[in-house]
Write a protein that binds this ligand. Structure first.
Ligand code: GLN
Length: 212
């Protein structure tokens, strides 16, 4: 007699399941950072992987390659639906480029969920990458961000909150449930931006639980 299979819910006692787009880029670092923030994660490589997730992360990497792979895997439509669904979304760098309303250098397709214009590699190429002090009224003094061939935000819509600047440039933005950074908080052991996102995910999950 075969044993009855035990179906374990993705949303178990550990916390709300967070999907991490895992086609290309530094998704492993994002997963590790989320797990350090006590969020269970699942790699998103095909449309079925999106079932049951409560939050979504788009990593850094190369946005043109990600676009190609999203098409190949049939993920463009399902991901577009997910990022517009109201679930908490966090994106860094290439991920942020995918979320932007307008992308330049060159112009490319995007999900358009964040009212920002970004210029790819807007701080120059590899030589100009590095760690910079962020200017912010809400992040602790001394918070830094690591920029790697980062996009530059050249315009933000009025509904977009700017949470941090590098010099005069917005580098951390939020619109409702969507948070995005030009820099890479996942690369340090513990970063306040990951903690902020984890809090957003838990808060939203609690709301749904409370609503029954
Ligand atoms: N330069 C990359 C792009 O245009 C982004 C770099 C990154 O994610 N660190 O997609």
């Amino acid at each position: 007699m075969s044993a009855t299979p035990v179906v374990v819910s993705d949303v178990d006692a550990v916390g709300p399941l967070t999907g991490v787009l895992a086609l290309q880029g530094d998704f492993a670092e994002h997963e590790a950072a989320l797990q350090r923030a006590q969020l269970p994660t699942r790699q998103i490589r095909s449309p079925l992987d999106l079932a049951g997730i409560k939050a979504l992360v788009l990593p850094g990497g190369e946005s043109t390659t990600m676009l190609r792979l999203l098409d190949i895997e049939g993920l463009w439509e399902p991901m577009s639906h997910a990022v517009h669904s109201g679930m908490p979304v966090f994106a860094t760098c290439a991920g942020m480029i995918l979320l932007a309303e307008r992308v330049e250098n060159p112009v490319q397709r995007s999900f358009g969920v964040l009212p920002i214009t970004v210029v790819r590699n807007g701080y120059g190429r590899q030589l100009h990458s590095g760690t910079f002090l962020l200017r912010s009224e809400i992040l602790p003094t001394g918070t830094t961000g690591t920029f790697i061939r980062a996009p530059r935000i050249t315009h933000t819509g009025p509904e977009c909150e700017v949470l941090a600047f590098r010099g005069d440039d917005p580098v951390l933005v939020q619109k409702g449930n969507v948070l995005a950074a030009c820099f890479h908080p996942e690369l340090v052991f513990s970063h306040v931006v990951i903690a902020r996102f984890a809090a957003m995910v838990r808060e939203q999950a609690d709301c749904f639980t409370a609503a029954g």
